[in-house]
Ligand binder design. Sequence first.
Ligand SMILES: NC(=O)c1ccc[n+]([C@@H]2O[C@H](COP(=O)([O-])OP(=O)(O)OC[C@H]3O[C@@H](n4cnc5c(N)ncnc54)[C@H](O)[C@@H]3O)[C@@H](O)[C@H]2O)c1
Length: 332
Amino acid sequence: MKYLVTGAAGFIGFYVSRKLCELGHDVTGLDNLNDYYDPRLKHARLEQLEPYDNFRFVKMDLADREGIADLFKTNQFQRVIHLGAQAGVRYSLENPMAYIDSNLVGMGTILEGCRHNGVEHLVYASSSSVYGMNSKMPYSTQDAVDHPVSLYAATKKSNELMAHSYSHLYNIPTTGLRFFTVNGPWGRPDMAAWKFTKAIMEGTPINVFNNGELQRDFTDIEDILEGIIRIQDVIPAGVQDFRNDDPSRSSAPYRVYNIGNNQPVKLMDFIKAIESACGKEAIKNYLPMQAGDVYATYAEVDDLIKEVNFKPVTSIEETMKRFSEWYKLWCY
Ligand SMILES: NC(=O)c1ccc[n+]([C@@H]2O[C@H](COP(=O)([O-])OP(=O)(O)OC[C@H]3O[C@@H](n4cnc5c(N)ncnc54)[C@H](O)[C@@H]3O)[C@@H](O)[C@H]2O)c1
């Protein structure tokens, strides 16, 4: 099958591209290779994809309306996995326009490409951050998510709304995936797993926000990958007699799922897992809560189990062990 994977040089996009190539599909990977974090890591991921004859890389910006339209027209992709975006909660306070361009305009160009070229399924990345001020735990896709606490979260919620309008108007099957903090080898340098591992290995202090009183539902990259690969085969159909009481589905071919571990980890236990993986204790610098952050994330995954027959299983200890081994190999 012919796939477009956006954000192919990114953490999750790289895994998805590699897996689709291994499965024998024809994969076009798109990325603008921006320098939000060290582009050498993006190039190193792309080098891992070079051996696959069925992979082709296109350097392009998602906001390039004509370029994206041409790419769709020329290639007639059957499926699109849209993972390219300006990621990161905190950076959205510093550089909001990057989120408007990549996440809003970028989603628009992808939806237009799908609309005009008969794409059979668009799977796109949303985020656990859409739950914002929600206090009901675990976070359910059946809950309303109307109180984002960062622009990043607002763009991700907007992506779901944009997808719904295209599913409704043009009958394009779309599935949004709310990922819960993803960790693993080839991960992102702006995320805590990387920053803490680096600092512990180098003997420098780590910043522990809200004095350690935070919880995250950390998800292993291999579980995220398995979820994406399964879900892209589950093409949503509209619900008959839909009564508008469940935000995760619709009369249109539209679906939203959580992919999280369903097992929140306390920040201090997360740090212990990294200390144990590195064989060294962290120097901790306790700080107050950061703007834009949420206290806890916890994914309800009942729909994932029921409809996709899948649930993430990997423990944070196992993830951080694999991550630290990879980090020693690649970053030292
Ligand atoms: N990693 C997580 O914990 C996590 C959690 C929730 C949601 N997500 C979402 O999952 C997706 C993938 O995240 P990731 O962790 O792989 O991030 P990433 O930053 O490693 O990958 C995103 C890729 O998109 C590319 N990109 C950004 N703007 C672009 C543009 N305008 N044009 C073309 N390419 C562009 C970047 O260069 C990057 O390689 C993103 O949509 C992110 O918001 C990630």
